[in-house]
Design a binder for this molecule. Structure first.
Ligand code: SF4
Ligand code: SF4
Length: 395
């Protein structure tokens, strides 16, 4: 296979992070100290080499890009201050922008002006759309949702239908990215080590390899073991450490999604009225509150650490990285303020405003899922799946 060497690649890649791999003289120290790099999955030096000689396609086709969790150990020990850890983070941002088919992700990562305009347009559009179907602001018992045309603030049907459309749009963008990444990864896998693969294929069947890979990836995602193995320096107390912060955001987000889904199911099968205050012990409410607190804790700490920069991994953030964290934080905060508003004896105008902001931000979060840092939750598991599949063959 011919390799397309592209001299414009490295300058382009620099737009996605602060590193200087021109200074790298390929000593290999970064690969030696990396706690996650192994003989078969050698990084970051190999990835840096691809960037240095402009092998854009090669870089994007290697799962090793996603096996790094940015502990920063390689950057701390690099004799040339080439920032290999930040290079890997930048290359992942570039990969997200390259896999995603619409080009929105690329613009969000590289243009502050585009990001600002995009968010202003999105916020205005959702707010106007929702307010077009709104009903009266009622003092007294809360009426957040208009279930018919006479009472309630925002049209339940409009929120429901818009949410569905947004999920489909985000899902299609994610699917496009998954297909493009899969094609690249599989082309790299079929190119490498045919002898090893044939030998593995004889000893471990295809479906057994799939089974092992799926099982291992699920276990990895649930406990984030690789993340824990990738410890940052200086080491922080466990409750402020990167692993716990990441787990809090991830499980908080999942818990909120499950609570919302269950609430919707109850509405369908048990005629539950949406937007009414449930008792504190109500299971979906309990789950939503615990998950919301967990997510708020994780996101707040992640934001503080990005401001304070205690570690390498928090030392450089693009606007797009900030954006998603801030949206999650605002969605969480408005969610809790709304709960307070619901339990007050009378509903005031500010409660309705908070509700509007909450719904608008929640919609923005859905839209941005495949276009921002959050997209790593799609691409990393896919890379891990290929990684475990290859490992099952080689073991
Ligand atoms: S990035 Fe630094 S440690 Fe890694 S090979 Fe280059 S010079 Fe050596
Ligand atoms: S940042 Fe950590 S995991 Fe990533 S390549 Fe460097 S040492 Fe390895």
């Amino acid at each position: 296979m011919s390799i397309a060497v592209d001299p414009t690649f490295l300058p382009e890649l620099r737009r996605f992070g602060a590193f200087d791999v021109n200074a790298c003289f390929n000593c290999g120290n970064c690969t030696a100290v990396c706690p996650l790099s192994t003989g078969n999955d050698s990084f970051p030096r190999k990835m840096i080499r691809y960037a240095q000689i402009g092998e854009r396609d090669h870089l994007l086709a290697h799962k090793e890009l996603w096996l790094c969790y940015y502990c920063g150990e390689c950057s701390d020990t690099c004799p040339r201050q080439a920032e290999p850890g930040e290079f890997m983070a930048a290359a992942r941002r570039y990969a997200i922008a390259s896999y995603e088919p619409t080009g929105i992700s690329y613009m969000l990562y590289t243009s502050k002006l585009f990001t600002t305009l995009f968010m202003v347009v999105l916020s205005t559009f959702f707010a106007v759309l929702l307010l077009m179907g709104h009903g009266p602001l009622l003092e007294g018992a809360p009426h957040l949702f208009a279930m018919d045309e006479t009472k309630g603030f925002l049209s339940f049907e409009l929120i429901h239908d818009t949410g569905l459309i947004l999920f489909v749009v985000a899902g299609l963008a994610a699917l496009g990215g998954i297909v493009r990444m899969t094609l690249r990864l599989t082309s790299a896998v079929t190119r490498t080590k045919p002898a090893e693969r044939e030998e593995g294929a004889r000893t471990v069947g295809f479906f057994a390899r799939i089974f092992f890979a799926v099982r291992n990836v699920i276990a990895e995602l649930a406990a984030q073991k690789r993340y824990r193995d990738c410890e940052e320096e200086p080491k922080l107390p466990w409750y402020r450490g990167r692993w716990f912060v990441h787990m809090s955001i991830m499980w908080g987000f999942i818990g909120l999604g499950v609570a919302t889904g269950l609430d919707y199911l109850l509405m369908l099968v048990a005629d539950k009225v949406p937007g009414q205050p449930d008792p504190l012990w109500w299971p979906t409410r309990l789950l939503g509150t615990v998950a919301g607190l967990l997510m708020m804790y994780g996101v707040s700490l992640a934001l503080v650490q990005r401001y304070r920069k205690p570690n390498k991994y928090a030392s450089h953030s693009l606007l797009s990285d900030w954006l998603f964290l801030w949206l999650l934080w605002i969605a969480g905060l408005t969610g809790f303020v709304l709960e307070v508003a619901l339990y007050l004896p009378t509903m005031s105008a500010w409660g309705y405003v908070v509700f509007l902001v909450h719904v608008v931000v929640a919609m923005e979060v859905i839209v941005l899922l495949p276009f921002t840092k959050f997209a790593h939750s799609i691409y990393r598991p896919l890379a891990l799946l290929v990684h475990e599949f290859c490992r099952a063959a080689a073991d």
